[in-house]
Design a protein around this ligand. Sequence first.
Ligand SMILES: [Fe+2]
Length: 708
Amino acid sequence: MTQDVFIAGYSDKLSARPGETVRFFVSSRASTDFTATLYRSISADPNPEGAGIIEEDASLYFNSSSFTSRYQGFTPGSFAQSTADLQADINNDLVIKLWFMPKILSAADQTLLAWGDILIILDPQGMISAKLPGGVSISTVVAVKCNQWHSLDLKVLASGVMALNIQSMTTEKADIGTARDGGSDFGVAQMFPLSVTSPVRIAAGFGNAPNCFNGKIEAPEILVDGISVAEWDFSQSISSLSVKAITGPDLLLKNAPTRGVTGRKWDATEFCWRHKPEHYAAISFHDDDIYDFEWDSDFELVIPDDMPSGIYVMRIEAEGQYDAMPFFVCPPLGTRRADLCVLVSTFTYTIYGNHARPDFESSWLKKISAWNAYPHNPTQYRHYGLSTYNNHTDGSGICHASHKRVLFNLRPGYLTFGGATCSGLRHFQADSHLIAWLHNQGIDYDIITDDELDRDGVAAISGYKALVTGSHPEYHTKQTLDALTDYRDNGGGLIYLGGNGFYWRIVRHSEDPALLEIRRSEDGLRAWASEPGEYYNAFDGSYGGLWRRNGRPPQKLVGIGFTAQGNFVGMPYKRVCYDKNMAWVFDGINDDLLGDFGFSGHGAAGFELDRRDEKLDEGEDITILAQSFDEDNRFILVPEEMLTHLTNLSGDPEADVKRADMVYFKTAKGGQVFATGSITFCGSLPWNNYDNNISTLLKNVMRKFLGS
Ligand SMILES: [Fe+2]
């Protein structure tokens, strides 16, 4: 396993209001203390040709302090563990039953069930073994088949017989197990009476190497002397992180294995687990699941009342190495401190957390060093848990995300595209182009993140004259989408400065809101695809996937929606609106070409583009202000827009559809929306020391929305 980084940390919350406590968890292998120092983050772009990293001293709110270094580890791999010991005196017979579907054979043993010294494993050759006290064991001689359901039936009798029967569901008559009459030769009879007092683990063993299982398990049961002492039905309480027992102790699910997955009874007659839970009686375990490092807290910060809302970075340092944990300070609920609210897309940041890009190259390290950029990349530390843009060891898509672990890409100075000729930033770092611009323009703002918006609803943002998003507000819960819609429809001013926004539906876990779920169902531009029958979120039973497939396309909120995607390249917009009523947008701008420059893709319209589609919006009077077409044919039409190789949903030539539309419209009750439809828009703001036509255009929009 790759070694852990020298010093790293995370916080229990990504955002907080005054009076709330943010706890910081640190692992440091230094022999000296580590220091913690607080800064306010203005620019997180390390590009020496741009603003560079800009952070202001914030020691007024947290005195720089030293803390004892200590190493804190973590163990990836999901499993179920009983909440108490299972105690049994076995006089005559022991029977263990379960169903399992292995996904891969791995180099190490994989554990199906462990109870004290009783262990059932899948070995690297695909054989199943049961190991019992006193060196008694039994193994199959025919390999199981991956991606097929098998029943497992282990019988150990005081008479000396021991049998392990594995049967494949798909090859009904082929009993691939082996049964051995052990008799006294194998010491079976001598094991009795057997007393066991131990927790039970499903899908993992005990000890330092739990040898977690990759696959699905269903209906485990332990019978002693003919009586069920432990039995679990995974079709119950599918939304929970625990399993109530039918008999015996309940189970706690560690590291968030996936529920709401098809089980052995699933026959494609029903696609929602809520309707036929018995078809979804399996849990899918992965040896690389990890959502909470569960480190001990090293220090904390109670947000002072007078701490300005903003983006802060807790920098920790020891022996010349560092980590930098960003967090977002919001105003007290119901207390606006500015007219403008910046909505920080913490859900999208988390969903992308530790995205190991397949194009990462060690040649990037040279640039990282030259720019003094953030040194670590998730690709180098895969055991920290990857993102929902990556796959598990078994090839399935990762559908859970959490910030309660070290997220290397959520760091000032992190380069997403290290080989790009521009800054190559996305998410937190790319959004700092907007933050730096606001500071340069002297525009006051409050921060609200997805967390507050989800929890407090429209109350988190009502009263602001305008709300501005960053470059990529892609992931939303029903609650955040409802809040934004309510805000807009009650007179709010919505400024959407991104592309591919409001795209995927996600759900927070009701038992731990830090845990997010994404099902990449059916359609959309996807890093992986959910399996048939697994399109419904386990966390709340809602239909997962695109908001568009849930009847709420982004066009309904902001007038435009995802239409084209390409490499991290940008183009300029061309002004297309000369209506006198819209002249305020272009005040002080003489160019027709807007944003033919920028730190993201060298152009304001790039990477992912949104366009207007009047079939999908709500019929508002939407004005297209400027457009950018994919003239060099570098972008693809997104899958949900395509029909055949010749046709697409719009009925127009593809070249006419692959474009970004910059739009403006008014809503009832005096609300208004300005939307750019491009991920790279914000990257143009700091260009030429903030003196450029994109900067001027946004200044005009802000002036109009803020009434300043
Ligand atoms: Fe995205």
